[in-house]
Design a protein around this ligand. Sequence first.
Ligand code: F6R
Length: 246
Amino acid sequence: MKIIIEKDYESLSTTAANIIKEEIEKKEDLLLGLATGSTPIGTYKELIRLHKEEGLDFSKVVTFNLDEYLNIPYTNPNSYHYFMEENLFKHINIPKDNIHIPDGNAEDVEKFCREYDKKIEDCGGIDLQILGIGENGHIAFNEPDDELYLGTHITGLTESTIKANSRFFDSIDEVPKEAITMGIGSIMKSKKILLLANGEKKAPVICELLKQEKVSTRIPASLLLLHPDVVVILDELAAKNYLKEI
Ligand code: F6R
């Protein structure tokens, strides 16, 4: 696990975007796994700038998003479809057919989940997966539990995640209680993983993870310790507790 600590959110975002840029330049048809949430917004902004000002080409890039709420209209600004369109896709030259986001409104969601993993495999597997991390250690919506699913699946969200995500909704009651998410196996099959975390709220979980002492399904992100190519990029606030320990 390579750990990069940046001064602030802005430099974290630039560093992350530059790593993505390098990977696209190495492989123009990169299979890029994407996350939503607050963390990657700055990285997406920088990717948009790199596209507009430096000609970074997304015309052959293929994306697969980690997750989407269940039964939420895609016109709802809190849906991850809407988020991706607004924060990245509409600003870059990625063809619509190259974009994949779990369909929380599919007629047969179980079937959709099976097909999502198959599609990733058929496309050659994810080359670079971007991840955020929940305060409770979740990655995508793989919430702390005794067991974790390997493939894409439907999952209930924990109270802690519902509370954390309620900041985007008018009231906590509006936060969907279920989602489709890639599983731990789908994520671990990625060739390279970029885990991003900023802000003080993430400091305790980041500290626990970076001690690199043990893996536990109670901290789903700890399974990343078993992956051979993970880069963790933090700002100083998220790294605070970890820096006190070392
Ligand atoms: C979103 C996702 C989640 C977030 C995590 C952190 O696609 O997979 O695991 O990465 O909840 O969210 P933020 O970035 O809002 O703190």
